[in-house]
Design a protein around this ligand. Structure first.
Ligand SMILES: Cc1cc2nc3c(=O)[nH]c(=O)nc-3n(C[C@H](O)[C@H](O)[C@H](O)COP(=O)(O)O)c2cc1C
Length: 310
C-alpha cells in the first residue's frame, strides 16, 4: 500500500486544557491586538494569537526611535506600550471572541501584586484560552532584577499566579540567563501548565557618526532570524528538562523553521518578527507546516514532536 500524501494530517495540538486547531500562534507584541491583521487573512485559521502584553494600567511606552534594523533581525525598545487590562477586556477581546479566535493574553507587572490584580480581572472573562506571563520585566520589589532571571523569584511569581486562577498558565521565559533548564524547572515547580520561549535577547546598536545609541532607550531586545539558533537550543534544553509542554519562539520565518522547533521538542510555535515583513507569515506557516507533515508521511503533527535523532 503506497503512502497517501494527499491525506490531511491531524494538525491539532492539546497542551493540558489548551486545545489548538493547529500549532501556529502569533507572538506577543508583533501582532497588535489581532484586529490590525484582519484585512489580510482570516485570523481564526491560526492556532491562536497571543495579544500584545497587557499591564494593570495603560503604559505609554518608550520615546522613539524605538526600533532599529540589524543584520538578520531587529532591536525594539517599545517599552510594553499598551491600553491596560480593563480597556483590553472591554474593547478588544469581544471582537476577537466573536470571530472565534483563540486568544492568549500576555501579561506583565512590576510586582507580584500587579500580576495578581491583572489575573483577577481576566478571571472574570471566561473567554480567554490561556494567560502567558511575560517574566522579563524588572521586579521593583527586588531592586529591578527581572523575575525571569532568578529561579527563586520566578518560582514565587508562578506559584502565586497559579493559585489565583484556573485559566491555563503559560510562563514565557527570557533567554537572558546562563541556565535556561533551571528556569524551566522553576516555572514547572511553581505550577506552570506550559512554558514558552524565547523572549528577545538584550542588545544595542550604535550610530558611529553621531556617537549615539540608535535607540532612545539605549538598549532593547533583539529578535528575528538572528536569534533562531539560540532559540532552537534553548527550546531543546528546556524540553529535555521538564515534563510540561513547550512553545517554541524565536526567528521563525518559514514552515521549515516551525518544523525544526517541533522536532526538538516544542508542541507549538509562535511567529513574531516575521509578521513585520509579511502580515500573512503566520498563515503561510500553517499551510506550509501541514504540507511538510504530509510529505514526511506522518499522520499527525504530534508524530513530528521531539523526533530529533541524536
Ligand atoms: C516589537 C516587539 C514587541 C514585543 N512585545 C512583547 C510583549 O509585549 N510581550 C512579550 O512577552 N514579548 C514581546 N515581544 C517578544 C516576542 O513576542 C518574541 O518573543 C520575540 O520577538 C522572539 O520571536 P521572533 O524572533 O519571532 O520575533 C516583542 C517583540 C517585538 C519585536
Amino acid at each position: 500500500m503506497g503512502l497517501d500524501i494527499n491525506k490531511k494530517p491531524d494538525m491539532s495540538v492539546k497542551m493540558g486544557d489548551l486545545f489548538l486547531k493547529n500549532p501556529v500562534l502569533t507572538a506577543s507584541g508583533t501582532f497588535g491586538y489581532g484586529m490590525e491583521f484582519m484585512p489580510y487573512f482570516d485570523i481564526s485559521m491560526l492556532g491562536g494569537i497571543v495579544a500584545k502584553g497587557i499591564s494593570l494600567e495603560p503604559w505609554p511606552g518608550n520615546p522613539p526611535p524605538r526600533i532599529v534594523e540589524t543584520p538578520c533581525g531587529m532591536i525594539n525598545s517599545i517599552g510594553l506600550q499598551n491600553v491596560g487590562v480593563k480597556k483590553f477586556v472591554m474593547e478588544k477581546l469581544p471582537e476577537l471572541v466573536e470571530k472565534k479566535i483563540t486568544v492568549i493574553v500576555n501579561i506583565l507587572g512590576r510586582t507580584i501584586a500587579e500580576y495578581l490584580s491583572i489575573i483577577k480581572y481576566l478571571n472574570l472573562s471566561a473567554r480567554i484560552a490561556a494567560i502567558e506571563l511575560n517574566v522579563s520585566c524588572p521586579n521593583v520589589e527586588a531592586g529591578g532584577i527581572a523575575f525571569g532571571i532568578n529561579p527563586d523569584l520566578l518560582y514565587e511569581l508562578v506559584k502565586s499566579c497559579k493559585q489565583e486562577t484556573d485559566i491555563t498558565l503559560i510562563v514565557k521565559l527570557t533567554p537572558n540567563v546562563t541556565d535556561i533548564a533551571a528556569m524551566a524547572e522553576a516555572a514547572q515547580k511553581g505550577g506552570a501548565d506550559i512554558i514558552s520561549l524565547i523572549n528577545t535577547l538584550q542588545a544595542m546598536a550604535v550610530d558611529l557618526k553621531t556617537r549615539r545609541p540608535k535607540l532612545q532607550n539605549i538598549t532593547g531586545g533583539l529578535s528575528g532570524p538572528a536569534i533562531k539558533p539560540i532559540a532552537l537550543n534553548m527550546v531543546y534544553q528546556a524540553s529535555k528538562a521538564i515534563d510540561i509542554p513547550v512553545i517554541g519562539i524565536g526567528g521563525i520565518m518559514t514552515p521549515e523553521d516551525a518544523a525544526e522547533f517541533i522536532m526538538v521538542g516544542a508542541s507549538a510555535v509562535q511567529v513574531g518578527t516575521a509578521n513585520f515583513i509579511d502580515p500573512c507569515s503566520a498563515m503561510n506557516i500553517v499551510t506550509g507546516l501541514e504540507r511538510i507533515v504530509r510529505e514526511m508521511g506522518l499522520g499527525s503533527i504530534g508524530q513530528l514532536r521531539g523526533s530529533l535523532v541524536v
